[in-house]
Design a protein around this ligand. Structure first.
Ligand code: SAH
Ligand code: SF4
Length: 347
């Protein structure tokens, strides 16, 4: 235990841990609070008390892929499908701007209806509003990524989901781990701020594999990292899996903050879905970003990646006020900047 506390202290200043050290920290639950406090200190020192808000638009729940864990998978017939029009997307982005958001995250299933040209038009429309733009629309070719970058997209989120190749390929039938890695490489090369991340608590995922995940984040020097608990969805083949491991998700996130001190780490919606204070817990354990939903109406209910998704009945205006209140309640403020990596006090 003393050893583990020393390890945490060392990581706080050196931002380095070996695989074995990470495994020891993940295996012991007696040091969790110390670990969370250390990640909180590093977060404060490198990216300040400001919380970056990103307005999330979930623009399509149609997906050609069949990931075993995800409610948007193509074989799920219990989903009311929708696609937003370009006008609807721009309308939500415009409103988000009036609520004070400086970044839009455009996320959806891998839906070929949105061709390269359609996405380019949407990117240009959002960029004309003077907002930073993050895309999260899955695996595309180098040329498509380049066209999106040229059109003005700033950031791209593509979770590796797990660095365990065998597990990934079992859970994502027809998809290749190598292709996903290659996408991340291409995105970096094109100058996007690149976000990746994993789910925690997938069937057969191990502590050792979480350690590999964290070291992978460090190796590729990800700019953003989304780490969230896997929440089983009853409309998927993993309906009876266990998942729902909030504590382990927070621990993986906290160690990630120790090793990558200046990056942007969201308090994920999945964390809040397991505990009504999940996002505040995350913000006090290394996270510095929240991504409130700015999609309006019935759509958010139908964007059902997992069950128990929060705030599906709320309006964007309500979410903005609610999250600001929560952030202020723990002594933090909402940033008024675009929130690129390195906006913190030490840079
Ligand atoms: N289609 C895109 C983006 C939408 S999915 C893509 O796959 O990259 C966004 C994220 O939701 C996925 O990366 C995955 O990590 C997460 N997700 C999907 N199903 C989930 C579940 N049952 N529990 C928790 N997170 C889930
Ligand atoms: Fe599609 Fe993404 Fe869900 Fe996989 S995780 S089924 S790619 S939306």
């Amino acid at each position: 235990m003393i050893n583990l506390l020393e390890m945490i202290n060392k990581a706080k200043t050196e931002h380095k841990l070996s695989k074995q050290e990470i495994i020891s920290l993940l295996n012991c639950n007696d040091i969790n609070q110390e670990l969370f406090n250390a990640a909180d200190e590093v977060r404060k020192k490198f990216v300040s008390d400001e919380v970056q808000l990103r307005g999330l638009i979930e623009f399509t729940n149609i997906c050609k892929n069949n990931c075993l864990y995800c409610g948007l998978r193509r074989d799920n017939k219990n989903l009311v499908k929708y696609r937003l029009t370009e006008d609807q997307i721009l309308d939500f982005a415009t409103k988000a701007k009036t609520f004070g958001y400086k970044t839009i995250v455009l996320q959806g299933g891998e839906d070929d209806y949105y061709t390269k040209d359609k996405i380019i038009k949407i990117i240009k429309g959002i960029k004309a509003l003077d907002l930073a733009l993050t895309l999260s629309i899955g695996e595309k070719t180098y040329d498509e990524y380049k066209a999106f970058r040229d059109a003005g997209a700033d950031r791209y989120l593509l979770r590796i989901e797990t660095t365990d190749k065998k597990l990934y390929e079992e859970l994502d039938p027809g998809m290749s781990h190598e292709t996903r890695l290659n996408c991340l490489k291409n995105l970096k090369k094109l100058g996007f701020e690149v976000g990746t991340g994993v789910m925690v608590g997938l069937p057969n995922q191990t502590i050792e594999s979480y350690a590999d995940d964290i070291l992978f984040f460090k190796k590729i020097d990800a700019d953003m990292l989304g780490i969230g608990p896997f929440i089983p969805n009853e409309d998927t083949p993993l309906a009876n899996a266990k998942g729902r491991d909030l504590t382990m998700s927070l621990k993986v996130m906290a160690i990630t903050r120790l090793l990558l001190p200046d990056i942007n780490i969201p308090a994920t919606t999945a964390m809040e879905s397991l505990n009504k204070n999940g996002r505040l817990m995350a913000l006090q354990s290394g996270a510095n970003v929240v991504m409130p939903n700015v999609t309006e109406g019935e759509y958010r209910k139908h964007y059902a990646l997992y069950p128990g998704k929060i705030c599906t009945g709320d309006t964007p205006a309500h979410c903005r006020t609610c999250i600001t209140g929560k952030i202020n309640s723990i002594g933090r403020t909402v940033s008024t900047h675009y929130g690129f990596r390195g906006n913190g006090p030490t840079k």
